[in-house]
Ligand binder design. Structure first.
Ligand SMILES: [Zn+2]
Length: 321
């Protein structure tokens, strides 16, 4: 007997069979109803895993991402009040939002990133809580704006996540978010876009359907256009992934392989000092990086003709009820 199709975590309808892609013990399915692509099974890693995988962010102030910039420039965003940023990382967005006049709260599970936000950026209120824990522990606290940039694609249960976000919002409060756009070119080689890092792949239609169904009115939606730089980055990633996937003896584990390891194993893999062979690979990778721009210039007309988007999909929505 065949196993039943997994249910879509956004709309609870059965997925289309067969799976689009398989990766380790995971399978990627397309929802026939809302259009979300999701991996199965979905079990989110613990805080320690994120600390390992996203380590090294706490050295310098990271530049704002396009999603942050779209928010700060969005004329429909309320310009004052209480703002909660879920998964605030090192606090680069919060620091920018401080100048826009909000009273700020952030949540971040990566302790190193949270420490950077507090000590280096002077952000007083960064709490080591999940949104579920925050909502449960701060039931009387309601926000005008809740933001979650590059967070929704990590979720195993997006409906529950959004319900907790909603619990922290004032009536008519707004949410703002960004996710990687599935409509970008060359999603396949994007090694960060795999489980257990990301479980959900959104496009504009699936995101709108989801937010509407969860009681939000879409105020603005913006897809980053594909540019030359983005095209070059995707080519570089494709070439690099191709290289690290080469299973030659002594080659370094690719990031995708490391993501699948148990924490102890991953720690050891990340600690390994580069050997001769690895240094050679790194040199080759640098040459490929330099070669990407002419390639991107040549390929960009094709990317534009096919209607591919850039990486970031931004959305602002208001709570309806
Ligand atoms: Zn669905």
């Amino acid at each position: 007997m065949q196993a039943p199709s997994p249910l879509c975590p956004a709309c609870n309808q059965a997925a289309r069979e067969p799976a689009i892609e398989r990766y380790g013990r995971y399978a990627l399915f397309a929802c026939s109803s809302c259009g979300l692509h999701f991996w199965d099974p979905r079990e989110m890693p613990d805080a320690r895993w994120y600390e390992q995988m996203y380590g090294g962010r706490d050295v310098t102030l990271l530049p704002l991402e396009p999603g942050h910039e779209y928010f700060l420039a969005d004329p429909l965003v309320p310009r004052a009040g209480d703002l909660l940023d879920v998964g605030c990382g090192t606090g680069n967005f919060l620091a920018a939002a401080r100048h826009a006049g909000y009273r700020l709260t952030g949540t971040e599970l990566d302790r190193n990133a949270a420490r950077f936000a507090q000590e280096r950026l002077g952000l007083e209120r960064v709490l080591p809580l999940t949104i579920a824990e925050f909502a449960a522990q701060h039931q009387d606290e309601k926000f005008d704006v809740v933001t979650f940039f590059e967070v929704l694609e990590h979720q195993s249960a997006p409906v529950e996540f959004l319900r907790n976000v909603k619990a922290c919002l004032k009536p008519r409060g707004v949410i703002a978010l960004s996710v990687p756009n599935r409509a970008r070119w060359l999603t396949g080689p994007d090694f960060l876009d795999y489980p257990p890092n990301h479980f959900l792949r959104w496009d504009a239609a699936a995101l709108k359907t989801f937010l509407n169904a969860q009681g939000f009115e879409i105020l603005s939606l913006r897809e980053q256009p594909a540019g030359i730089l983005h095209t070059a980055q995707m080519i570089n990633m494709a070439l690099r992934t191709g290289m690290t996937q080469n299973p030659s003896a002594g080659a370094p584990a690719s990031f995708r392989d490391v993501m699948q390891m148990a924490p102890e194993q991953a720690e050891a893999a990340l600690r390994t000092r580069p050997r001769m062979r690895q240094r050679l690979m790194q040199t080759l990778a640098a040459i490929k990086r330099a070669a990407c721009f002419p390639l991107a210039l040549a390929l960009f007309p094709y990317v534009r003709m096919r209607g591919f988007k850039g990486t970031y999909l931004y959305c602002l929505a208001r709570r309806r009820n």
